[in-house]
Design a binder for this molecule. Sequence first.
Ligand SMILES: *Cc1c(COP(=O)(O)O)cnc(C)c1O
Length: 403
Amino acid sequence: MSTPKHQDLHTETLAVHGGQHVCPTTGAVMPPVYLSSTYAQSSPGVHQGYEYSRSHNPTRYALERCIARLEGSALTEDQDPSFGGFAFSSGMAATASLLETLDTGDHVIAMDDLYGGTHRLFQQVAKRSRGLTFSFVDMTDIDAVQAAITPRTRLLWVETPTNPMLKVSDLGALAQARSGRDIILACDNTFATPMLQRPLEHGFDVVMHSGTKYIGGHSDVVCGLLVTANTEMAQRIRFHQNAVGSVLGPFDSYLALRGVKTLALRMARHCDSAMELAKMLEASPKVQEVIYPGLGNHPQAEVAQRQMQLNSMHAGGGMITATLDTDEAGSRRFLEAFEIFSLAESLGGVESLVEHPAIMTHASVPIADRAALGISDNLIRLSVGIEALVDLKADLQRALDAV
Ligand SMILES: *Cc1c(COP(=O)(O)O)cnc(C)c1O
């Protein structure tokens, strides 16, 4: 069996087989973990495609080919060094490496509601050390995006749904807004995963993942991924990945690859259970507002229904944000009462997690910006796991009772 070449394979199949092949030497069905940092050459410069492990690693390549297939990049040929998937030591390293492809003075338009670490990288690092300029714009408003474009704009960075406000941006409309300009369109697809939405199909150039979340899926690996379908972009990213060196190690590549195989099953369960818990929160008198892209009252429900689909059915993902009808002390009681949900940062694992964005994940976002986005002291975020729904419901009820 070799790598399935058919472009029409379904994402469920690609999650298991994408970019994988049986080891020609041993017949190993699963990709071996290649720890060797260097590879023998038969004559100077003559080798089998592998020289040094920062530049080329077969285990990392297996993961990189798999994510490229999952996101629908056509650049997946095994022997082509510019195939379109790239694995980094963290999601932040992936984003930072993409920024390295820009030049001093370039302008970036970024979503106003962003993962806190991305906001920090843009505002507190890249501005100073790389001389990039940033405009933070609500990308659910296409006119606002158009108005922010300058002659120096080289990158548009969107996250959809966003963390933690779960705002949904219209990827097709953003691609249209670029209309012929030399601007790289990049989407942080961590929350939706390629099971729910594939930005390249909407005309985007680059997809980024914190593979730490749903792709890995088991909260046991920190990993970042980039995917592109553009050959020139792929060569640029490959060059910078090697030049900067924040690559994913072989063990972590193996763990992420093992995790991604069950992505389809996990996402289906995450979405089904999150929908039920969102409805339960909506019905509770202890809750002021529920934001969930699967609900009809989501602020961008129409875009979400069109853009986020699993097996041709609308799917809202596994993340829920809610505002409790209480103060910070009441929110603390809520968060401390859970027995199955762990009070922890991160998301996207098989286990359910709950957190307080203002104190935990988004503390690095300035208070004024948090207030403007609605990240208040009574805002909580759930990452719904794959446990039995009845147990999760009972746990959520216990927490609501404690408010
Ligand atoms: C976690 C996360 C990141 C950062 O990824 P790391 O793997 O933690 O470096 C970026 N974007 C989103 C949406 C995230 O949730």
